[in-house]
Write a protein that binds this ligand. Structure first.
Ligand code: MEV
Length: 310
């Protein structure tokens, strides 16, 4: 069996698709596992019809996106065998990289099961091809964060069609304390990316300016992380959230969650991932009790969990 953590994007989602930097981290509290069980003594299959997938115990339909992702990845591996693929995941809602975690775990399990001798760069590359079934032309940020773990600064590789992870690990001075909140709405990352494309096509100059602003936010955020300036980090998260609101991927519900958090002592916060609902991250100071924030959110009907990024 192989496993992959979920991810959160601390800075730069959506803009990363258009060439900005982004900062993301793996989240170990949530993860996907994949187990490949041999079927019919591993007899060869010519059309993958004997590949059956079970997701959290339910059999996955052959027309589903998950099924397509598996077929795309199996083609890349050039392995044609009968197999049963058992997937489990506790990554809820949208925004936390459930598809990327699946793709990374599946690539790792294939590597293990068939002794392919692949390194993490190759695993990540294969996971990216699976991600295209879910998101069209993703930046590769999600799979890279899930595959390499820790906190990374990432930029999409420039050459279209060739995928190569372009990232550096960031060394934190202090752990980052986050609350992850689930909104009531899951949304499609692909649709949100299309919405941003529309915004960009209609506001080219402003969008180019926003990418510059975001890159400055990311430079400052990296410095804040390296020096343990947690209040500054919170301020920068709010600034990034403003840009996300301007491109239309935030929602009134996300703003409501952020207001509750600010009124109860959060230092910063923003949506994380594709937006349009999905998940929200909130930053809190290790010396300030987080219970007020969590209790107020729970009172408003939201479920959340805490994580420490290191
Ligand atoms: C989704 O988790 C992140 C986006 O930036 C899409 C991508 O990077 O491909 C919205």
């Amino acid at each position: 069996m192989a496993k992959s953590p979920a991810k959160v994007i601390l800075f730069g989602e959506h803009f990363v698709v258009h060439g900005s930097y982004a900062i993301a981290s793996s989240v170990n509290e949530c993860f996907a596992t994949v187990e490949i069980i041999d079927k019919d003594d591993w007899g060869a299959t010519s059309d993958y019809s004997k590949v059956s997938i079970f997701y959290n115990k339910e059999k996955v339909k052959e027309s589903s996106t998950l099924h397509n992702a598996v077929l795309i990845m199996l083609n890349e591996f050039s392995i044609k065998k009968n197999m049963k693929i058992v997937v489990t995941s506790n990554i809820k809602g949208s925004g936390l990289g459930s598809s990327a975690a699946f793709c990374v775990a599946f690539a790792r399990e294939m590597n293990k099961k068939f002794n392919l001798g692949l390194n993490d760069l190759k695993i990540n590359e294969l996971a990216y091809t699976g991600e295209t079934a879910f998101h069209g032309t993703p930046s590769g940020l999600d799979n890279t964060a899930c595959c390499f773990g820790g906190i990374i600064q990432f930029k999409k590789h420039k050459q279209a069609g060739i995928y190569e992870a372009n990232f550096q690990k960031i060394q934190l001075k202090e752990k980052i304390n986050l609350i992850v909140v689930y909104t009531d709405k899951s949304s499609s990352t692909k649709e949100m990316v299309e919405k941003v494309n529309f915004f960009r096509n209609n506001h080219e100059e402003r969008f180019a300016q926003m990418i510059k602003e975001l890159n400055t936010i990311i430079d400052d955020a990296k410095y804040a992380m390296q020096t343990g300036a947690v209040f500054e980090l919170g301020r920068l998260m709010f600034q990034n959230q403003k840009l996300l609101e301007e491109i239309g991927v935030s929602t009134p519900e996300i703003k409501g969650i952020l207001n509750i958090a600010i009124n109860n002592g959060a230092l910063g916060g923003k949506l994380t991932g594709g937006g349009g609902g999905g998940s929200v991250i909130l930053l809190y100071d290790k010396d300030t009790p987080k219970d007020n924030i969590i209790l107020s959110l729970e009172k408003a009907g939201y479920s959340c969990f805490t994580t420490r990024i290191c």
